[in-house]
Design a protein around this ligand. Structure first.
Ligand code: HT7
Ligand code: ZN
Length: 878
């Protein structure tokens, strides 16, 4: 496999002004006829370069240049390309290829999901449909005709607007779609199937009526209301916050069951994993409702950040993905609780993206090289990329950021651009210089921000000494200082924010400010500080860094109780829990008895008794740091000790707070048969179910009967599933089995509900996890060709069931490696994603390291390794 470098970028030799496609779809093959209006991408009269079109796994049927058939010796075909020599500066190229969508298990290009034809072209799937310049900087106007049997495929869709349709003889029909906006091939889409259509409409800010359509399998027609509502709210929000209006007359979403990721923003025809569209209270949890809202918004926002302004090359992927994740996060924060959303995102980032940044696949937000671009749809590109955009927003403020994005969209509408172009627009709109800031795009790794302080009562000054550093990452031994925006306040003995006056500045900074840390070592001196303050640092997690400040446990308790900033209250409680857990892990490793620091228990008690505090916040504070986060924080992670100690602390909290937990649990009440997906109701369910989980740890008959009752009587899937999780993780074998059987029987016709059933069991940390997962793989509802099932069983086992995956005998690793080898043959993208937990081998003890490396080596030795799997395995062993 070859490595592609950003520095090798060259403009395309040819452009495609118009793309006319005709698809003839059959059960055992498809014919794709393309007619491309092309021209050379250079002025003058020089010799014409050869035309090299991308193409993979295609059966070439014919090639015509300006209507003349080319003889086989007039072009060259290899595994990845078709090369020919144009003789005119402008010409029409017509190509017919034959493909087999029904045998496409990689789910890239044109494939079948159940009885439906659909496409996934990002990043490089279009080249599996026809020979083309499959690169994002080649933008073309597409007209697409789809032909298929009418009874099996009554719905024929593609991008843009429907122009004409008609009938053919023999029960076949056709439809022609035209997309007026030039687009790269990765945004092309086609769907043919027997689908039910849900209609709605939206009036844009300029008064245009847009038809909204969601297409699903007929049995799912009742499950689309939330997606449609989310879509309309997203459309309004993008108008209000970014001034961006939808541009076509129709916006379509199609739900498919077999999909490698969450969804795809194809122009005017978004294709979604059904798990990100369907939501009904009986079958979907609150988490699923939130995911639907987030993904619908994310894909919709791409219409501007991605489609109207797209990426020049795939190294710029975060230009659209980081920006769009930032936009969907802000949308969610505006629709729900801003603080809770931030807590959820920071929790996820620190447990997962920080681990990626510290591992063998670490790469900058704008990578320098890759072998397989599909491997770079990473947490760094998406989540860290969003943090980078958030920092720009923090540094500029909302108004100036909007001025910058207005200029970006206006300046680059219809273009394929770079991260530098995005920054330049923000700079030019505001007269600022982000040269140093741009290091966030080019340097990988998570910076450490070490802060020390000194209070001088005699001069009433408080000093903050900030030191930043960043660990080496593959290919980047040395790092230059970043620009780190650090939001902070100083708190007095009552927890009140104090006025901030920086030495050397005329104006005070109010009671909260953002310090720009730009040097490796930098001193900030606050004046007129009348008493020794406690700093509240990195509020809202204003930069994706590891903050180190010598807080005592008492300081953390104080901040957890008194910080006026909600995010930092949670952060203080979290870091107190981390400190307590880390201390206990050491004690456990030394073989000494465990004793819980009562300050943690008292913080939890106070939070539980504070009925004025948002219930979702209470739930977040009660949730202990995850095992994955504790592993990330450890130098050498002792998985068994981490699991044992964390479970022990959960039990201690449950025992010590049983009474107050029951009181709060009962106060919160259940939802009965009424369900609402509003933020307050979700918060109530979240806290109640967190408490149920704790109360089940007391192993009382009272908690068991409350749990069984909730499982049986729940009026929604959130409560039912929470009860099932608690039962599955309990020692009550009989009730557990009865609940699992009842659940499977009742929901056997609902694949997404069965995914939950699989996931709950695959992630249960009780002993015997591997055997349970092996049994699940033989269940009739399991199918290794369906990515959702793979994620629910193999993914849940390897990522969430750390105690079982990391079994000391290495059988957990062996099992996952076996599945990866099988998936490599069927679906390389999914195989590669399943590798992640094995690539983290450096985190563990010598014996586990050897076992994990042995499995990686076994995978590497397999014949016919895909580029996807090869890249991740070889880099992780390097
Ligand atoms: N932009 C979309 C990316 C995507 C994708 C990438 C590789 C393989 C399959 C894929 N499906 C969707 C999704 C998004 O970020 O909006
Ligand atoms: Zn995206």
């Amino acid at each position: 496999p070859t490595t592609i470098h950003l520095t090798d970028y060259k403009q395309p030799d040819y452009l495609i002004d118009e793309t006319h496609l005709t698809f003839e779809l059959f059960e055992d093959h498809a014919l794709v006829h393309s007619r491309l209006a092309m021209r050379v991408n250079a002025d003058g009269e020089g010799a014409l370069p050869p035309l090299v079109l991308h193409g993979q796994e295609l059966m070439l049927q014919s090639v015509k240049l300006d209507d003349q058939s080319l003889a086989a010796d007039a072009y060259q075909v290899d595994e990845n390309s078709l090369t020919l020599q144009p003789v005119a500066r402008e010409f029409e190229l017509a190509i017919t290829t034959r493909i087999e969508p029904q045998n496409n298990t990689a789910l890239e290009g044109l494939y079948k999901s159940g009885g439906m034809f659909c496409t996934q072209c990002e990043a490089e799937g279009f080249r599996k449909i026809t020979y083309y310049l499959d690169r994002p900087d080649v933008m073309s106007r597409f007209t697409t005709t789809v032909m298929a049997k009418r009874d099996a495929y009554p719905v024929l869709l593609s991008n843009g607007n429907l122009i004409t349709s008609g009938e053919h003889e023999g029960g076949r029909h056709w439809a022609t779609w035209e997309d007026p906006f030039p687009k790269p091939a990765y945004l092309f889409a086609l769907v043919a199937g027997d689908l039910y259509r849900i209609d709605d409409s939206f009036t844009t800010m300029s008064g245009r009526e847009v038809e909204l359509r969601i297409y699903v399998e007929p049995e799912n027609r009742e499950q689309c209301g939330h997606a449609m509502d989310s879509l309309k709210r997203s459309m309004r929000w993008d108008e209000d916050v970014y001034g961006r209006e939808y541009d076509l007359d129709i916006f379509m979403i199609v739900a498919v069951n077999d999909f490698n990721m969450g969804a795809m923003e194809n122009k005017g025809l978004n294709i979604f994993n059904s798990s990100c569209v369907l939501a009904h209270p009986d079958t979907a949890t609150d988490a699923a409702f939130q995911r639907v809202e987030a993904v619908v918004a994310h894909e919709y926002f791409h219409n501007w950040s991605g489609n109207r302004v797209t990426c020049r090359d795939w190294f710029q992927l975060s230009l659209k993905e980081g920006f769009t994740v930032f936009r969907d996060a802000e949308f969610n924060a505006d629709m729900n609780s801003r603080t809770v959303k931030r807590i959820e995102d920071v929790t996820f980032l620190r447990a997962n993206q920080f681990a990626e940044d510290a591992g063998p696949m670490a790469h900058p937000v704008r990578p320098d090289s890759f072998i397989e671009i599909s491997n770079f749809y990473t947490l760094t590109i998406y989540e860290k990329g969003a943090e980078v955009v958030r920092m720009l927003h923090t540094l500029l403020g909302a108004e100036r950021f909007r001025k910058g994005t207005d200029l970006y969209f206006d300046r680059h509408d219809g273009q394929a651009v770079t991260c530098d172009d995005f920054i330049a627009a923000l700079e030019d709109a505001n007269g600022v210089d982000f040269t140093q800031f741009k290091r966030w795009y080019s340097q990988a790794g998570t910076p450490v921000l070490q802060i020390d302080s000194r209070y001088d009562a005699a001069t009433s000054t408080f000093q903050l000494l900030c030191r930043q550093s960043c660990p080496a990452t593959p290919g980047q031994p040395e790092k230059q200082p970043f620009v780190i925006p650090m939001r902070m306040a100083l708190l007095d003995g009552e927890g009140r924010e104090m006025p901030l006056q920086l030495a050397g500045e005329d104006q005070g900074r109010g009671t909260e400010t953002v310090l720009a840390v730009t040097e490796a070592e930098q001193l900030f001196v606050f004046e007129n500080v009348t008493e020794e303050p406690l700093p509240s640092l990195l509020r809202e997690f204003s930069a994706p860094v590891k903050l180190v400040y010598p807080y005592s446990r008492d300081d953390r308790v104080f901040l957890a109780m008194h910080d006026p900033d909600g995010f930092n209250r949670w952060e203080a409680a979290q870091s107190l829990a981390v400190d307590v857990l880390q201390g206990l892990i050491q004690i456990h490793q030394a073989g000494r008895p465990l004793l819980l620091d009562q300050r943690l228990l008292e913080v939890h008690r106070a939070v539980l008794e504070d009925t004025a505090l948002d219930a979702a916040m209470v739930a977040e504070i009660l949730r202990l740091p995850s095992e994955a986060y504790l592993i990330e924080l450890a130098e050498v992670a002792d998985v068994d000790a981490i699991h044992h100690v964390r479970e022990w602390v959960r039990r201690e909290l449950a025992t010590g707070l049983t009474e107050v937990m029951w009181t709060r649990f009962r106060q919160l009440g259940d939802d009965g048969s009424s369900y609402s997906a509003d933020a307050e109701s979700m918060a109530r369910r979240s806290l109640r179910n967190t408490l149920l989980g704790y109360l089940m740890l007391t192993e009382s008959s009272e908690s068991l009967s409350a749990c069984v009752q909730q499982f049986v009587e729940a009026g929604n899937m959130t409560d039912r599933q929470a009860a099932l999780v608690a039962l599955v993780n309990s020692p009550h074998e009989q009730q557990k089995q009865a609940a699992l059987d009842e659940f499977a029987q009742r929901w056997s016709d609902y694949p997404l509900v069965m995914d939950q059933w699989f996931g709950i069991q695959a992630s249960s940390p009780l002993p015997g996890g591997l055997e349970r997962v092996q049994a699940l793989m033989s269940h009739a509802a399991f199918n290794i060709r369906n990515p959702n099932k793979v994620r629910a069983v193999i993914g849940a086992f390897a990522n969430q069931n750390l105690a079982n995956f990391h079994r000391a005998d290495g059988e957990g690793y062996r099992f996952v490696a076996d599945q990866i080898i099988e998936l490599n043959r069927l679906n390389p993208q999914i195989a590669s994603r399943m590798l992640t937990p094995l690539t983290r081998w450096r985190k563990f003890d010598a014996s586990r390291q050897a076992l994990m490396k042995a499995e990686l080596t076994r995978i590497l030795a397999c014949e016919d390794l895909s580029a996807d799997v090869y890249e991740v395995v070889s880099k992780s062993l390097a």
